[in-house]
Design a protein around this ligand. Structure first.
Ligand code: AHR
Length: 659
């Protein structure tokens, strides 16, 4: 007689094997260390595009403050009952002050307040805040006293929401800078600033400026705090600046020249921004670079947020999509010297020429520059010819600086293959790869770095973003689909942290009323900011980078797209944590078992930071957290974690462990 216990013993294994059979298991081995994670790996790419600098992080509210735009009064309006032709003139002193030639001459003939006014519209208006103090400054010149300036903050309807009085103190025929403050009584997204002249006399004005006082670190004439805070919240390992294509310029005359961006602000020569007329569909004729945010300020910002500075310099070539101008090789010296001098500016002693400039600007201590890029998206033999001059001079003088070179505009194709081969033959330190591609490309390329040469140059994934419609078209959206595709790809970047040393999404900022390029990581209006779904993905990687990559496999293979799963894992030896990232790129909820080996003990409760959303969902000024990271408790039983993965979701599982 066969008893029921016997039947049960026959059936139980069948029952369990059915469960195990249906269960997806990811085997994680914390003892199998594959790579060290660079602590500065996840960084940011800053370019003055989309009103990122002027009208963006540079907190100046007055547009065209020194009248140097192509149209000298762009952004300004001369008005008032008493205004007559000739009362406010634009004058040019090119011979004596070629960097800042134009100024205004105001003639007042017994005018009462509001009879003769000058109004600035700001950058798509001015963001003004209730109870905040604003600092007005101006360079002026007068022979004798007589004209007073009444300062007025206006709301979008023209109502006065803040007043101040400015009485020029000196009357000696020389230029002087003077400041005063005024307080705003209401919050306004699209305010303006008006100067109402009063009295009789003649006064010259230049660098008419208005800054809020709630700047980053409360620095006068500084950076917009809420925007910099967004960067600080990413804890970026590096900041690449100043671009991007603006490094190259439309032609060589509009290339970025760092030496023209340091020293007194009123002597920094403004140039047109190359994104001014780049896209016919997003013309921005009032887009200039004043360089109030210059190289000193970039270094300071990097230091403030604990990021390594990663400047990129012009290599002697203008943008190849535009003029493709090149400097003849026998005239390249100036460009190479700029690179050498930049290292001295950043790191040199205060007794050196450029170290002294840094010190005089307020930073005697070196900035500790470690990286320098030469060339943005340049390509072809003309690039290789030129970069060899930089390589030779920089390596001879500063062998400790890691040099970054471009592999062109695309992550594959003839240009890329040519440069990749040439740069590897030169055994350069770091190759800068750019990929603006479809979400599908990101999903398909999660194994991109698995077979890269481990002994060759390191990779800087210097500009990337999933474009859901077409590269650089205005319809691209920062939706969850793009962010999840990037997250899936980035698990492959993290898995290959021994090869990919640096990674940054691009571009970084966009103003909702002033952008040229989309998608972008962070969007802003004049008063607020919001992070895109892509921002929260970058943050999930950056805040959970760990110290060492460990093995995670499904059926003994890396997890890079099979059945819509992507995964990577790291440990943090300092905090004793195991951190696993999983992307569920599928339209169904699934459960995965994370089976951990190589740890002595795993805490039973951990953290599951995750994002799940509809694929078309986006964030906005009104709904800034629509797609953003949430957190819940994750549980482990023994060394196994049950991971619940919602449809189209990305997860970080973080557990304390005895490693
Ligand atoms: O990020 C926007 C632009 O894309 C950059 O300026 C350029 O390097 C790339 O083509």
């Amino acid at each position: 007689m066969i008893n029921s216990r016997y039947y049960l013993s026959l059936l139980l294994p069948l029952f369990f094997s059915a469960i195990v059979y249906g269960q997806t298991v990811f085997k994680v081995d914390a003892g199998n260390i594959q790579a060290e994670v660079q602590q500065n790996m996840w960084g940011v790419f800053f370019e003055d595009i989309n009103m990122g600098a002027d009208g963006g992080i540079y907190a100046e509210l007055v547009k065209n403050r020194s009248f140097e735009f192509y149209k000298p009064l762009m952004g300004w309006k001369r008005e008032g009952k008493a205004y007559k032709e000739g009362d406010i003139l634009v004058i040019n002193r090119q011979e004596t002050q070629s960097n800042n030639p134009r100024f205004l001459r105001v003639k007042a003939n017994g005018v009462a307040k509001s009879d003769l006014t000058l109004t600035n519209e700001g950058f798509r208006g001015m963001g003004l805040k209730k109870d905040l103090t604003y600092e007005f400054s101006v360079w002026y010149r007068q022979q004798k006293p007589g004209v007073q300036l009444n300062l007025e903050l206006l709301d979008s309807k023209g109502n006065v929401i803040g007043t101040g009085k400015f009485t020029p103190e000196k009357a000696d025929g020389n230029w002087h800078k003077q400041k005063t403050t005024l307080v705003c009584s209401a919050t306004e997204l699209k305010g303006k600033f008006r100067i109402a002249f009063e009295g009789s006399g003649e006064i010259d004005l230049d660098m008419i400026s208005l800054f809020p006082t709630d700047n980053w670190k409360k620095r006068p004439e500084g950076l917009r705090a809420d925007m910099i805070q967004r960067l600080a919240d990413l804890k970026p390992g590096f900041i690449r600046f100043p671009g991007g294509c603006i490094v190259e310029g439309h032609d060589l005359s509009t290339r970025y020249q760092w030496k023209k961006t340091v020293g007194p602000i009123e002597e920094r020569q403004l140039i047109v921004n190359r994104w001014n007329t780049e896209f016919a569909h997003r013309l921005t004729p009032d887009y200039y670079q004043t360089f109030g945010l210059g190289f000193y300020e970039y270094f300071l910002m990097a230091e403030d947020i604990g990021a390594d500075a990663l400047p990129i310099l012009n290599c002697g070539m203008a943008c190849q999509f535009n003029t493709a101008e090149v400097v003849p090789l026998d005239q390249l010296d100036e460009y190479v010297q700029d690179a050498l001098d930049l290292v001295e500016f950043a790191n040199g002693p205060i007794t050196s020429k450029w170290g002294k400039v840094r010190s005089d600007m307020g930073h005697p201590a070196p900035f500790n520059l470690k990286y320098l890029g030469v060339g943005n998206e340049n390509w072809g033999p003309q690039y290789v010819e030129r970069l060899k001059f930089f390589q030779k001079a920089l390596k001879a003088r500063y062998p400790e600086i890691k040099l970054v070179y471009s592999s062109g505009t695309d992550p594959e194709g003839e240009r890329f293959e040519y440069l990749d081969k040439e740069l590897r033959a030169l055994n350069v330190d770091i190759i800068d790869e750019h990929f603006y591609r479809s979400p599908q490309w990101f999903l398909d390329n999660a194994k991109r770095y698995d077979n890269y040469d481990r002994k060759g140059p390191k990779i800087f994934a210097g500009e990337y973003a999933a474009h859901n419609v077409k590269t650089a078209t205005p319809d691209n959206k920062n939706n969850w689909l793009t962010a999840l595709a990037e997250a899936s790809f980035l698990t492959g970047v993290e898995r290959n942290a021994d090869v990919v040393h640096l990674a940054s999404y691009a571009p970084l900022f966009a103003h909702v009323d002033g952008w040229q390029w989309t998608p972008d990581l962070i969007w802003v209006d004049n008063l607020t900011t919001y992070g895109t779904p892509n921002y929260y993905i970058q943050q999930m990687f950056s805040l959970n980078k760990g110290s060492h990559v460990i093995s995670i496999k499904q059926d003994n293979e890396v997890i890079a797209g099979k059945d819509g799963y992507y995964a990577s894992a790291v440990i943090n030896k300092k905090t004793n944590e195991i951190i696993i990232k999983v992307s569920n790129y599928a339209n169904s909820e699934r459960e995965v078992e994370l089976d951990i080996a190589g740890v002595k003990k795993l805490e039973s409760r951990g953290r599951n930071i995750y994002i799940t959303s509809g694929m078309e969902e986006v964030n906005s000024i009104e709904k800034p957290l629509n797609v953003s990271a949430k957190e819940r408790i994750a549980k482990a039983s023994g060394r196994k974690i049950k991971a619940r993965l919602e449809p189209y979701s990305f997860h970080v599982f973080k557990f304390k462990a005895t490693l």
